[in-house]
Ligand binder design. Structure first.
Ligand code: TEU
Ligand code: CA
Length: 540
């Protein structure tokens, strides 16, 4: 069976940074509604909204205090409903961010739970007695430090795998699961198109055995969720699963198992980290490793399950600054990255600003950093003796604020994002890199993305074709075939600053489907690819 979510491109909006409508420096729902025509022009079929629920913003909305209320800074429930309707008119479905591994410590469940050991909500969370006057075990928080926080009043620790203002829910408790399914149905009834599920691989945790990801009950819970909520509705459901292997991804996305549409796997994303070390470690990307990771996922999920395709999200540095060349070949390398990713098999995701080639930004002092993960790392490592310069270099490379700077709409002050003072500084290159100039230039990156999205609508081969890696290439040339019903597409990319020779495989070279070259595609048997060349041709 074919599903709508296999044929669309999804666009992620980080509401805080997309478009401010009232000058308070914070993006909001009205701002998003105002920009729907732009998204329609791009051609997307779904919009993943990072959390818009009520939240004290310890982790920018990923700490939810009321799942059925809208954050005041973002707007009202009426505006949320309007967004769903206005998007629908433009063929865009709204995908909500489902953050149910944890709540905010200001959620009424936790406020109750904290009151007493015998409070009816106590077991909504994970409480343990101290052991030898200290932490129950060695579990650590993804945002630095121990994962256990002591509560003086009741003399127990609660678990928080993220910040201490994000206590983990106890999924082993049936009441928790029922309350969450109810909440999901509340949103489904409002006409949303699906859910992106935050760190969903953690909900089956067994804290006493120090098991966090991929716990024994994880898939039971997802099947129960599927049957109780979205199962019969053909919604898009995508799980965020940092530790997924293809084997695990098949468990999640095999339609016969009634779980999710697909997951975000992060194997490619970790390729410039030192194996076994944290996200802050780094080493150069090897294109050959990227080829093998993508090829493995394409091949393994060929018959069972479905891939998601992405370079960016609100937790990651900008791809053009990370693996492209934002200094000498910004637009060209960004076009290569777009063509390479969108021609793979799976559902592509674009993160706001990626379509105009927005870049990382540089800070010179920790006071400029908003992201809790970066800040906690900075203060922890400072205490361990690392220098300010060392730590800011890491934050400039990998810090999450890189992806969260305000959307660059035009060359007016604050890039057209706000008339006030933005909550996070606009990147200084906004006069050159912005939506307005991208729309005025027919050769811009924006139109490469628009064309890739149009092609997906007109070419079944792009959605359904089989993938085959061409291995007889240079280690910096990534080239592959897609084949479908007797048709073949050849994708050729020179993922480097160096020229490389490329020899066409057997077959007649047909028309050009898309390219980032300013000239015609050379058609001799062996050609020289210039740095960052990328093109797709039909192959007879
Ligand atoms: O991210 C999960 C997660 O593990 C990230 O914290 C990740 O390790 C890190 O950001 C990489 O830089 C999700 C959300 O996407 C993130 O924004 C939230 O902070 C986190 O869950 C907690 O809800
Ligand atoms: Ca605002």
């Amino acid at each position: 069976m074919q599903h709508w979510w296999q044929e669309v491109v999804v666009y992620q909006v980080y509401p805080r940074s997309f478009q401010d409508s009232n000058g308070d420096g914070i993006g909001d729902l009205k701002g998003i509604i105002r920009r729907l025509d732009y998204l329609e022009k791009l051609g997307i079929g779904a919009l993943w909204l990072s959390p818009v629920y009520q939240s004290p913003n310890d982790d920018n909305g990923y700490d939810i205090s009321d799942y059925r209320g809208i954050m005041e800074e973002f707007g009202t429930m009426a505006e949320m409903e309007q967004l769903i309707q206005e998007a629908k008119k433009r063929g865009i479905r709204i995908i909500l961010d489902l953050v149910v591994n944890h709540t905010s410590d200001e959620h009424k469940w936790f406020v109750e739970a904290k009151k007493a050991k015998d409070n009816p909500f106590r077991e909504y969370y994970i409480w343990r007695d101290p052991i030898n006057d200290s932490y129950p075990n060695e579990l650590t928080s993804i945002f630095s430090g121990p994962a256990w926080q002591f509560d003086e009043a009741t003399q127990q620790y609660y678990l928080h795998l993220f910040s201490k203002k994000q206590p983990d829910l106890n999924w082993a408790n049936e009441n928790v699961r029922d309350a969450i399914y109810d909440m999901m149905n509340f949103w489904i009834d409002k006409g949303i198109g699906g859910f992106r599920m935050d760190v969903i691989d953690l909900i089956g945790k067994v804290p006493d055995q120090e098991i966090t990801a991929n716990g024994p009950k994880l898939h039971d819970y997802l099947q129960e969720m599927n049957h109780t909520t979205f199962g019969k509705k053909d919604l898009l459901t995508v799980g965020e699963t940092w530790g997924a292997t293809p084997e695990l991804a098949k468990l999640y996305s095999d339609p016969a198992r009634d779980e999710l549409s697909m997951v975000f796997q992060f194997e490619h994303i970790s390729l410039d980290e030192v194996p076994g070390q944290s996200k802050w470690s780094s080493r150069p990307l090897q294109i050959n490793e990227l080829k093998s990771v993508f090829s493995k996922w394409q091949t393994e999920l060929k018959n069972t399950g479905w891939n998601s395709l992405f370079w960016n999200n609100h937790d990651l540095p900008r791809i053009v600054s990370r693996w492209g060349n934002d200094r000498d070949y910004r637009e060209k390398s960004a076009k290569l990255l777009a063509i390479l990713l969108h021609c793979l098999k799976g559902t592509p995701y674009i993160y706001q600003g990626e379509e105009i080639g927005m870049t990382n930004h540089t800070v010179t002092d920790i006071s400029e950093v908003q992201d809790i993960e970066s800040r906690n790392m900075y203060f922890e490592k400072t205490a361990e003796g690392h220098t300010k310069e060392q730590l800011l270099t890491l934050i400039n490379q990998k810090g999450r604020d890189n992806g969260r700077t305000p959307m660059q709409w035009d060359s007016s002050p604050q890039a057209g994002f706000t008339t006030g003072t933005p909550w996070l500084a606009v990147v200084s290159n906004y006069e050159k890199i912005n939506v307005q100039q991208a729309l005025e230039n027919p050769a811009s990156l924006f139109y490469t993305y628009q064309k890739l999205i149009q092609l997906r609508k007109s070419s079944p081969i792009m959605v359904w074709g089989d993938y085959e890696l061409l291995t007889e290439t240079h280690e910096e040339v990534f080239s592959y075939l897609r084949t479908y019903q007797g048709k073949r597409w050849l994708i050729v990319t020179n993922f480097s600053n160096n020229p490389h020779a490329f020899t066409y495989p057997e077959g007649e070279i047909g028309s050009t489907i898309i390219s980032n070259l300013t000239t015609m595609i050379p058609r001799e048997k062996t050609i020289t690819l210039a740095p960052w060349d990328a093109f797709v041709v039909e192959l007879g």
